[in-house]
Design a protein around this ligand. Structure first.
Ligand code: BTN
Length: 328
């Protein structure tokens, strides 16, 4: 992000942090490193884009409740940079439409994009789910995003990454919508017994070395039942269907990046405990469909690498890293 965009991000970040209260022009200008006389001109594009910014004649500037719009400056301004493994912070690109955000991030990763690069789209034309399934991505209704992580990031082990990201997504939902979804192994978010979101983690290696991981997250935000295809309608839900409220996708994106940053910094043992406490199927008898066939057993928990511990029919305990789980 250029320094002008960084300055705009600081302005928007301060206005969002003030939650509708007036912020002094002098404080805004000082923080962004611009002249107070420049403020109006700098905020004009955001006003034009639909952010309800008011420049009060008597002094301050305030931001009302924004509609469901977003821009990279808002996201960066609300997720201030900390000294993390991917400093200088998140680098979001927001697209109106793309085939799959995972594909965009993978391509940019091959071209050298850095960890913390994020692509979110309002619509995906070829959204992908796990196990070759599709991911319904109608315009403006869900959050569809992908994040680039590289070696040097904590938890780059794919198993740990799955656990850490699903816990982060559940925490983001709770921070925004006030309820904690359950997690169905390996990485489905479930509310009221229906699927609220899912994660698709794709890795690329150079020889034996991990080159990068793309963390794709899809969350149903504003859908009503009719927005889902007949095939998934009885299986899916959205934040709107669960709470009756319409959330801004940008608010969820900000909550998600903040949760993820906290989790990437936290010891994996803590995250594992939170995952186990949120798990839908822990302790239950389950069927696991894996590439090597079907297994039955009791889901016991996770090992330190994030793999599922399953007690099989004859009492033996095995670890499972991929598959599809159903309670029996
Ligand atoms: C699943 O539950 O099967 C995983 C769904 C993952 C969907 C997200 S949406 C953003 C990113 N881009 C994709 O094409 N898929 C992931």
């Amino acid at each position: 992000m250029t320094s002008t965009r960084q300055q705009d991000a600081i302005l928007l970040g301060m206005l969002f942090a003030a939650c509708g209260e007036r912020v002094l022009r002098s404080d805004l200008a000082r923080a962004a490193g611009i002249a107070p006389g420049e403020l109006e001109h700098r905020l004009a594009p955001y006003l034009e884009a639909g952010y309800p910014i008011e420049l009060h004649p008597q002094g301050g500037v305030s931001l009302g409740e924004p509609p469901d719009i977003w821009c990279a400056e808002e996201i960066v301004g609300r997720c201030p940079t900390r000294e993390t493994f991917f400093a200088p912070g998140w680098d979001p690109v927001l697209l109106a439409e793309t085939s799959s955000t995972n594909d965009v991030v993978r391509e940019q990763a091959r071209n050298g994009a850095r960890a913390g690069f994020v692509v979110a789209a309002s619509r995906q034309t070829r959204g992908r789910g796990r196990l070759g399934r599709g991911w319904e991505s109608p315009p403006g209704l869900g959050l569809y995003l992908s994040i680039l992580l590289r070696p040097g990031s904590p938890a780059m082990d794919a198993g740990q990454l799955i656990i850490l990201s699903s816990v982060s997504a559940a925490e983001a939902v709770e921070a925004l919508a006030g309820f904690r979804p359950q997690i169905k192994w390996p990485n489905d978010l479930v509310a009221d017994g229906r699927k609220l979101g899912g994660l698709l983690i794709e890795t690329e290696r150079e020889g034996a070395e991990l080159s990068f991981a793309v963390l794709g997250i899809g969350l149903n935000v504003r859908q009503i039942a009719d927005d889902f295809s007949p095939e998934v309608r009885s299986l899916a839900t959205s934040l709107h269907l669960v709470t009756g409220r319409l959330y801004r996708r940008a608010d969820l994106l900000v909550a998600l990046l903040q949760a993820l940053e906290r989790r990437l910094d936290a010891p994996f043992a803590d995250t594992r405990q939170v995952w186990e406490a949120s798990s839908l199927t822990l302790g239950q008898r389950v069927t696991l469909t894996t590439v090597r066939g079907r297994k039955y057993g009791q889901a016991l928990g996770l090992d330190e690498s994030g793999a599922l511990l399953l007690r099989g029919e004859s009492g033996e305990i095995e670890t499972v890293t991929a598959g599809d789980m159903q309670a029996v």
